[in-house]
Design a protein around this ligand. Structure first.
Ligand SMILES: [Zn+2]
Length: 481
């Protein structure tokens, strides 16, 4: 058996101030590597094809996207024939003129292969699932955990199912239900955890091949954006339909479970420090660069200073111009900076003040997702303003773990308040020592105040933007078999 592994990965935020060009795509992606490793583990001959990933940002330019898609197809043609083509895609990729990149990519791959080739697709759960994708792929497996800890496990499932499909041992049918909800779920926490656990039990104990609980990515602003459920069985249509209906209802029932935890900036500080020990961790979720924002928003910084708070540390501000000034000034000096607030109006006003340069690290590394090597991020600095310490860099990445503070001499466990530009991937690492965790909905390009965003392409009805009830969940549609 010959297996091809390829990847073209981008989470697109239509409201992002950060443009996306061909040069922004690098040849490394953890989901691709997990899929490749799972394929190699089968002992089959595995061929590496294109791997191209850009950090979350605005839609890719049309010509750049077409170049990458065509390179992927050219690799398959040049290195084939293959029995299985396995693709690591994101699910929420948008390019100019292409609202459904994944459907387009898989269509192009299908057109280049014979019908006997099995196409298996691995997706992030922040995906928009299109009927076109499900028509063209034989198997689609979406991860279940947020933070995304299960790429290795889901990759192994996809590889196993794809090989069995190609061997003719299984005949997958997939029931698909788009759930009319814009939301997100923190899967280590209840009640989301119980829905994920129920899906895993069905996979383990029942005759279900795979279940995908898709959170969706509203900020991609495409018609297919929103939650969804996929249930794949071995030819058992009734079972697939039944479980898809039940799980769609489960997602509907918990639609407000985690969105309801988001606080305003003001309310994020409305806590009683006597009720817990350990730092208050505030997630600046609206400015999560992991969802395409600029990582330069100043809303919380302005609030912290206005409240006169000290023993506060914040990470990670991406402001290359400010960093260059800090490096030129050197450790121990004080300089006036206009920090952040430069990508667009949603990032707030620059914070202007006299900052002390506490430390500079020219070869800094920060945590990646748990289980993956740290990221090399070049130069980072710690600067402070009246007891508020800020980690400054020129690398746009969300906070996954506490190393971002320690690399510049800040001990996170010793702070009263930590502010992290991250929506949920920080959670597992910080929950081990945080006294309390608060999700703050800053009004940036990843806000969960969906009514404030200028959607142009979304479908309707969708909760919470429209008058919408459980009766608006459509009947499942079957693919395959
Ligand atoms: Zn994701």
């Amino acid at each position: 058996m010959r297996i091809f592994v390829g990847g073209l990965i981008h989470e697109t935020n239509a409201f992002s101030p950060v443009p996306t060009y061909l040069a922004d795509y690098a040849d490394h992606c953890v989901s691709y590597e997990d899929l490749y490793a799972a394929a190699v583990a089968t002992g089959c001959e595995v061929v590496r094809g294109l791997c191209a990933r850009a950090a979350p940002s605005a839609p890719t330019l049309r010509a750049d996207y077409e170049t990458l898609r065509d390179r992927l197809v050219a690799d398959i043609t040049a290195m084939g024939p293959f029995d299985c083509v396995l693709l690591s895609l994101h699910g929420a990729q948008v390019a100019e003129g292409y609202p459904d990149c994944e459907g387009d990519i898989v269509s192009a791959v299908r057109a280049s292969c014979s019908e006997s080739v099995t196409i298996g697709v691995l997706l992030d759960l922040h995906a928009a699932i299109s009927k076109r994708l499900l028509e063209k792929a034989d198997l689609v497996c979406v991860i279940k955990e947020y933070p995304h800890t299960d790429f290795p496990q889901t990759s192994a499932q996809l590889v196993d199912l794809s090989l069995r499909h190609h061997a003719g041992d299984i005949s997958p049918v997939t029931a698909f239900v788009p759930v009319p909800v814009y939301s997100l779920w923190h899967t280590p926490q209840q009640p989301s955890k119980s829905v994920v656990d129920a899906a895993r039990r069905l996979e383990d104990e029942s005759e279900v091949l795979h279940i995908s609980l898709v959170h969706g990515f509203p900020w991609s602003d495409v018609a297919d954006a929103g939650a969804a459920v996929l249930v794949t069985t071995d030819g058992d249509r009734e079972r697939a339909l039944r479980y898809a209906r039940e799980l769609a209802r489960s997602l509907w029932d918990i639609r407000d479970a985690d969105l309801g935890h988001y606080q305003t900036i003001d309310a994020s500080f409305d806590v009683n420090f006597n009720e817990f020990s350990g730092p208050l961790v505030i997630a600046d979720a609206g400015d999560n660069p992991g969802a395409g924002t600029g990582s330069d928003a100043t809303w919380i910084l302005h609030e912290v200073v206005a409240r006169g708070l000290a023993d506060v540390a914040m990470a990670l501000f991406c402001d290359p111009q400010a960093l260059a000034q800090v490096v030129a000034a050197g450790v121990g000096s004080t300089l006036k900076l206009a920090l952040g607030g430069y990508t667009n109006a949603l990032a707030g006003k620059p914070f202007v003040g006299d900052f002390l340069v506490e430390s500079i690290n020219n070869s800094a590394k920060i945590d990646a997702m748990p289980g993956y090597d740290p990221l090399e991020v070049g130069t980072m600095a710690a600067i402070s303003y009246q007891g508020v310490r800020i980690v400054l860099g020129n690398y746009r990445e969300q906070v996954f773990g506490p190393r971002v503070f320690r690399e510049v001499g800040i001990e996170p466990t010793a702070q009263s308040i930590l502010v992290v530009k991250s929506a949920q991937h920080f959670y597992n690492a910080f929950a081990t020592f945080a006294g309390k965790i608060v999700y703050c909905d800053t009004p940036c390009s990843r806000t969960v105040d969906f009514a404030s965003l200028p959607f142009r392409n979304r479908r309707s009805p969708i909760w919470p933007l429209d008058d919408c009830s459980v009766n608006d969940i459509p009947s499942p549609v079957l693919f395959g078999g």
